[in-house]
Design a protein. Structure first.
Lengths: 163, 163
DNA sequence: CGATTTCCTGACCGTTCGTTCAGTATTGAT
DNA sequence: ATCAATACTGAACGAACGGTCAGGAAATCG
């Protein structure tokens, strides 16, 4: 809170004028990440297309949300459940993860995704890949969201190897 | 330190009998992760094989080290550089990342990896994928290291899609 | 203009947490 | 049995940190 206040050029008290406490501040920030991700999840869920296509769209849109709301998603992926607020965020995240797992399962059943890798593992690797962007991405114009989304999608679905 | 002491069933002072301080403890733990990863990096570097093969071997071996030393690698990937010890660890990690980037570059030049994705991005996605295992992996016998290494390698190099 | 709400400061409180240290068992070698 | 090294405990210290509160500018409105 002190660092944050210093960065804002105000005192800690000023922050407490606008937010009930550290937790409330965290909750708002996490909600900004989660609401974006939940929006694309809902959007994808209602789509009347094969599971693979919906999954790929979910991945691409998630990357776009991640780029657009990078600081908030970065915060989200670092949450470990050390407080009620964090546990609530994890619960919301898990709901999205479940959608991913479902789509992977459907896509495997439909014969569009390889069945030789455990679907549960596939789902986790898929979003591990997406979320790993927060480890190095900087919004400096060097990486456009759609380009990055395409790269992630290509690597995940088609692999790095040629031929 | 308090939590740690409690978990060990001793007082905090007992820890300070064996370690100079929190930083020294962290340094040893991080070194245990880094030495393992550096070992496979060195092993791969000396191999006289095509870059793709060396890269794939590096990925598989890294997954095995990650599984074998899970708590330590988990610690490592959470380090952000908030102290000298953490910055030293990051520097060592970056050296390994550079090897990955070099191998990806070579493999692309050799025509074995797709050139339509920025090699720097490819390298980061590749190890983002590997390191994302720390987010959910639990060593409970449900996931054998070689199986997991194969899954990661398959997804990264051949992709999820069939055909 | 005055009144009220909004925004913010500065000082302070209580807790947490890494660390220190004097003293005490425990172990092992001679 | 003696001595010394080793392995701790318990109490305390001090800095860091989240949070509170009385009061004062600054903006807003009738």
């Amino acid at each position: 809170m002190e660092d944050l206040a210093a960065r804002l050029g105000v005192t800690k008290s000023a922050i407490y004028h606008h937010f009930a406490g550290k937790d409330a501040l965290l909750a708002e920030a996490l909600d900004h990440a989660l609401s974006g991700l939940e929006a694309v999840a809902g959007q994808v869920r209602e789509l009347d297309r094969p599971a693979v296509e919906r999954l790929e769209l979910l991945v691409r849109r998630s990357v776009e949300v991640l780029v657009e709301r990078l600081p908030y998603v970065t915060l989200l992926v670092r949450v470990r459940g050390n407080s009620d607020v964090e546990r609530d965020a994890l619960a919301r995240r898990r709901r999205i993860d479940r959608l991913v797992a479902e789509l992977v399962g459907e896509a495997v059943s439909a014969g569009d995704l390889r069945p030789d890798v455990d679907p549960a593992v596939t789902a986790r690797l898929l979003f591990g890949l997406v979320n790993s962007l927060t480890e190095w991405l900087r919004v400096d114009g060097r990486h456009e969201a759609p380009t990055l989304a395409a790269a992630v999608s290509t690597v995940a679905f088609d692999g790095l190897r040629v031929g």
